[in-house]
Design a protein around this ligand. Structure first.
Ligand code: AMP
Ligand code: MG
Length: 400
């Protein structure tokens, strides 16, 4: 029996990063960039205004205050998306909107709130957004660059903006868009075949007859695959017969990884291990964890390929917990990710938990924070068949 860390190291030694694919940027969310992205443009492309206001020369605002406004002649207006047609000269101002290019000659923007625009329009009985004023009073002294966004201050032309290996989050998707990329090259998502085994299983679309249970593992596992970025390929249910299993396994060999559940412990009908041994090689078998001890990993040979196969135990909780520890990092590695850790905290366990069989226990708990400390409470009975112990949990307590 090997430790969880040893098992993981072994599994990851068989897993390779997949090849890149080019696709629309929105479809790349969560995937890892497979190219360096350099900018061919400046962002913003021109000096522009960060506020709605008046583009002015700083020297014209010296000494301006509410009690002694500096009056400037309004010589034009510029909206976002258009270019200024005149320069700001001494004694003049141009009305400017957020994002509009800063007119030549101006070196600051005084926002509307620091001008007498509203008061002036009110006294002239003009609506706030109609009709350009001939004159504007500036009510504060501006410093050079006030409310100005400079060309290239976000992204400079020629700079390396996103490095190959970066996992794309919404912010990176936005940056790609601002650079004018409609597609990106990313490491493709792995297709993960999911096969349940057991004569007791029936599909969720079928009625339950005595002795049968619904195949829940396939759906929990496929959901986990999806959650971590893979594409599940559901193979259905394999019977506890070598022939049935082999046929199902064949259907999954075009995928990047095969995950089976059940049939890996020591019962008479636990044949997944035997099939694996005949069709490939077993790299590990039994891991020092609870739940999840009977977990197998190996590769199945198919043509020139070796398809990684993770055999999870059949008990629904064991299957999910071992997926988290062993399958999740493998999927992340295939996707080009390098950080496999989940957030963890030290917590005080509030129940009396005995763990004396030498295996690391993953208890299903509800973690809360009180007075600066984390506390963990068991979700109830912890049997490895009690799947609702997972639904009630917001964490797994790792108990050595
Ligand atoms: P096994 O590992 O095949 O011995 O299965 C252990 C336990 O998990 C048995 O009680 C099975 O009925 C149950 N089990 C196995 N596969 C599934 C499945 N796909 N969905 C729900 N329960 C399962
Ligand atoms: Mg079984």
């Amino acid at each position: 029996m090997i430790s969880v860390e040893e098992a993981l190291e072994k599994i990851l030694s068989y897993i390779e990063v997949l090849e890149p694919e080019e696709k629309p940027i929105l479809d790349c969310l969560g995937q890892v960039l497979a190219e360096d992205i350099y900018s061919t443009i400046d962002i913003p492309p021109l000096d522009n205004s960060a506020m709605d206001g008046y583009a002015v020369q700083v020297t014209d605002t010296r000494g301006a205050s509410e009690s002694s406004p500096k009056k400037l002649t309004v010589i034009g207006e510029v909206a976002a998306g258009s270019m200024p047609t005149t320069k700001v000269k001494a004694g003049t101002a141009i009305r400017i909107m957020t994002g509009a290019p800063l007119p030549e000659g101006a070196d600051a923007v005084v926002q509307f709130e620091n001008t007498d625009e509203v008061a002036r329009k009110a006294s002239l009985e003009l609506s706030v957004d109609s009709c350009q004023l001939k004159e504007i009073g500036i009510l504060c002294q501006a410093s050079k660059g006030l409310n100005v966004r400079y060309r290239g201050e976000d992204i400079a032309k020629g700079a390396l903006i996103l490095q190959s290996g970066t996992a794309l989050r919404p912010a990176e998707i936005g940056v790609l868009a601002s650079l004018g990329h409609s597609t990106a090259s990313v490491i493709r998502r792995p297709v993960v075949s999911v096969l349940a085994t057991g004569d007791e299983l029936v599909d969720i679309s079928q009625p339950l007859h005595p002795g049968k249970i619904h195949n829940s593992n396939t759906y929990a596992i496929a959901a986990q695959v999806l959650r971590y970025g893979g594409i599940p390929k559901i193979l259905g249910i394999g019977r506890d017969l070598v022939q049935s299993l082999n046929k199902k396994i064949d259907e999954g060999l075009d995928s990047d990884m095969l995950i089976t559940s059940g049939g890996v412990s020591l019962g008479d009908y636990d044949i997944v291990k035997d099939v694996l041994a005949k069709r490939g090689e077993i790299a590990l078998w039994t891991v020092c964890m609870k739940p999840g001890k009977p977990s197998a990993f190996g590769v199945i040979k198919s043509g020139g390929r070796k398809v990684p196969h993770l055999g999870l135990p059949g008990n629904p909780v064991s299957s999910m917990v071992t997926f988290e520890q062993l399958a999740r990092p493998a999927i992340l590695k295939m996707m080009g990710k390098t950080n496999f850790t989940k957030p963890s905290v030290h917590a005080i366990i509030e129940d009396d938990v005995k763990n004396n069989d030498g295996r690391r226990l993953y208890a299903r708990v509800i973690v809360t924070k009180r007075e600066g400390k984390y506390h963990a409470r068991l979700t109830g009975p912890q049997g490895s068949g009690i799947l609702t112990s997972m639904t009630k949990a917001n964490g797994l307590a790792i108990i050595p």
